[in-house]
Ligand binder design. Structure first.
Ligand code: IDP
Ligand code: MG
Length: 140
């Protein structure tokens, strides 16, 4: 069965949205394979997770945001779970995310800086899912 990796980012945990995000996963019928509350992740781990973005000018904002507090990490499985979870998350930018999506219903538009606080992460391909599951749940 297809698997994907997800994160409830620091804004989602801080704002008390863990239950509502997990409820959507369960309501959709996806199987929870792994689920953990973790302390704020290290910069090193976040850099590895976002290895494709570390050279972008805005990357320091992502690192500061992702290391700013506890997160929930998990693995879910189900038919076409990778693309379905990304549809459930909605567009990257809160102001573009449609109502009915997690980001469209819960993410607040940016106030002040260019940080995009958008509640959730989901792997974008089978290769990313395998890499991210190994990174966050694999043997050290
Ligand atoms: P995704 O989370 O929808 O897959 P990606 O393009 O993979 O979006 O970017 C990863 C994360 O990096 C986003 O969710 C967002 O938090 C942050 N991010 C992406 N683009 C920007 C940007 O232009 N400015 C600030 N943060 C960004
Ligand atoms: Mg992405």
């Amino acid at each position: 069965m297809e698997k994907t990796f997800f994160i409830i980012k620091p804004d989602g945990v801080k704002r008390g949205l863990v239950g509502q995000v997990l409820q959507r996963i369960e309501q959709r019928g996806f199987q929870l394979e792994k689920l953990e509350l973790r302390p704020a992740p290290s910069s090193e781990l976040v850099d590895q997770h976002y290895e494709a973005l570390v050279d972008k000018a805005f990357y320091p904002l992502i690192r500061d945001f992702m290391t700013s507090g506890p997160i929930v990490v998990g693995v879910i499985s189900g038919p076409q779970v990778i693309s379905c979870w990304r549809k459930m998350m909605g567009a990257t930018r809160p102001e573009e995310a449609l109502p009915g999506t997690i980001r469209g219903d819960f993410a607040q538009a940016p106030q002040g800086d260019e940080t995009i606080q958008n509640i959730v992460h989901g792997s974008d391909s089978p290769e990313s899912a395998a890499r991210e599951i190994a990174l966050w749940f694999g043997e050290k």
